[in-house]
Design a protein around this ligand. Structure first.
Ligand SMILES: [Zn+2]
Length: 260
């Protein structure tokens, strides 16, 4: 049985057929998903999803995504940190996420992103919760704050950094998340990390509806990804790793459970 350690089942892409998707996810052999919103306006739907599909299936986080800090479509105000704290206190989620830093666009709101990230780490620390991290050209900055604000660890999702940076995250209690990107033969760095990192530090994820795997299209395409594809993605990743899909499923599922 598999666990999808990072996805967004509340995304509007699933509004038309969420029940059917969940039925297919369960039938495919996925025992649970980690479902994460990225904006306070989405928290209510995340709560509904958890209630509808059950706490055991729907492992739930709350958090403000770095691209929503001042992204297109609605910026997050600093007051939203207090809103997040209230939700965490009341709803008792399993983790904080998706939070992090995205420096793909150079100098895009870096200081504000770091403020939101640090404040959310403090919430994770105060409630003793793991975090799900968005890491994009920001590994060293993420690590800097993690050394200062001690959290329980969690998941560094869609990890694509150096071996040394990967080891630093592991030292701080994190598992590295691998998914659709690693299904592309040209993704050399990600596939090398997937092969070389200790198995006990690896989890699998879809990031659905994003990051479609190679069997859905080309790299960077916009086909809808879904947690129902996790076993197929996982089998491809197991092949990169050189172990059976069953052994890979068992190990990565245990890693998620241990991290929560
Ligand atoms: Zn995500």
């Amino acid at each position: 049985m598999w666990i999808d350690s990072h996805c967004h089942l509340d995304a509007p892409e699933f509004d038309v057929d969420r029940d059917e998707v969940v039925a297919r996810v369960r039938a495919a052999g996925v025992q649970a998903i980690v479902n994460l919103p990225g904006h306070v306006d989405h928290f209510a739907q995340t709560k509904v999803t958890r209630e509808r599909y059950g706490r055991d299936f729907c492992i739930t986080g709350y958090g403000i995504h770095p691209m929503w800090v001042a992204g297109p479509g609605g910026a997050s105000a600093r007051e939203h940190i207090a809103v997040l704290r209230e939700w965490v206190e009341r709803e008792k989620p399993d983790l904080i996420g998706e939070i992090g830093l995205d420096f793909f666009i150079p100098n895009f709101n870096q200081a504000e992103q770091e403020w939101f990230y640090a404040e959310q780490l403090k919430i994770a620390r105060d409630f003793d919760l793991p975090v799900s991290l968005h890491v994009r050209r920001s590994q060293d900055h993420l690590l800097k704050h993690l050394r200062r604000i001690k959290v329980r660890g969690g998941f560094a999702h869609a990890f694509n950094g150096s071996q040394q940076q990967a080891e630093e995250f592991v030292k701080l209690g994190f598992c590295l998340g691998f998914g659709g990107t690693a299904t592309y033969p040209q993704a050399n760095n990600v596939r090398r990390l997937l092969r070389d990192m200790p198995l006990e530090n690896i989890v699998v994820e879809t990031d659905a509806p994003d990051i479609p795997p190679s069997f859905l299209g080309t790299m960077g395409s916009h086909e809808r990804n879904s947690p129902e594809y996790l076993p197929r993605i996982g089998a491809m990743l197991a092949e990169v790793r050189g172990i059976s899909a069953e052994a890979f499923a068992e190990a990565t599922t245990a890693n998620v459970c241990r991290s929560l």
